[in-house]
Design a protein around this ligand. Sequence first.
Ligand code: ZN
Ligand code: ZN
Length: 435
Amino acid sequence: MNPLPAWTDDDQMLAELKSLRRMFHQRPEIGFHEFWTTAKICEYLSRLNCTLFYGDRLYENFPEPALLSQWKDNITDRVGEDEHTLNWIDQLNGRTGVVAWIEGGKPGPTFGFRFDIDGLPIAESTEKTHRPFSQGFHAINGNMHACGHDGHMAMGLVLARLLAEQAPRLNGNYYLFFQPAEETIFGGKIFSKLPFVKGIDYFFAIHIGLIPSRDVICGLSFLADKRYQVSFRGRSAHAGAEPEAGRNALLAACVAVTQLYALSRHSQGASRINVGQFSADNAANIIADKAQFELDLRGETNAICDYLDRRAGEMIRGAAQMHAVEADMTFVADAETAVNSPELMQAVKNACLDIGIEEEEIVESFLVSGSEDATFIMNEVLRNGGLATYIGLCSPTYGGHHNETFDFDEDLLARGVRLLYQLADTIMDKPRGKI
Ligand SMILES: [Zn+2]
Ligand SMILES: [Zn+2]
């Protein structure tokens, strides 16, 4: 492959960022199905001076064979792709996500940067006021990059390119994590177990959007999250002839839902409870023998989330007992909270000032009422003696995150790349206590 052309000014860098973002925007793929997306990331990175870990080289014993063959079966959308992309898709062998390793020319610390790559299963707006539609780069496959991960990938690739081009003068090692399946809070946990994570001294995650300003947040915190599939099993019976012979799972589920929302909140911080996908398939003349719903529990700290988890279990079992049915809570996914390292938050602030961001546009910390699975990677880095922080690159989001009219200000992508590069450039040759 030919090397990428070197750019000479910021306008060219922004043009490259926009063109990458728009390419990814047109073809969003949901968690662990980012085959085309990963192929395109690999295609770009393979033209840089870096080592790639993907497919079988990335994951050991993941996923289990049944799940892998299910994912592989979903690689259907191959029409119209050039041979090079198809070749990359084949090389992934059913596994998505990629890690790029760039080795600096001099010894130094190990950096980790995380960029999430998945889209959401919602159809994008075709309103004229929605810029991706009016400018012709909207998605048409029923999914949407409605959380800005298209922008994250663009930043990750351009950062990789800057680092790779500058590698001879850089100290240390640089791992760029292009992580699948953030939206299902599943990919971060898998990536946190990758062998590269343990050796990271400085770890940064970044998210665009969040609050409608142009602020940079030095340390974002997220709610811990636990998701369950809850099911009730009773006994069906004729609703008219012999209702007393039934055990009503639907009623038990209804009691559980109302009581879950009535759980006491916690004095130590924010919490959230929500139920979705409630269903019971029986006809109206049959006492329902089955009912199920999805449960989402969130807390400002892991302890608050654990408290909700324990109390929700008690409520669900109690509701089941009231109606003499069986209840089962199947764990689906979770996310932790993570504490941002003050030293790195300060480094982010310094780097912002270095690249000309005004002091009033810099926010020290902010609690996002959503959840994030990069926290698993952050906690693994912190457990092994490294430092970590999650940066917020704020932008107006128009319809808001996870909405069909979500969009962001693309010029901020250049700000994000410059900030991450500046962080590496200023930290790489300083001892840990002096950053
Ligand atoms: Zn999201
Ligand atoms: Zn997101």
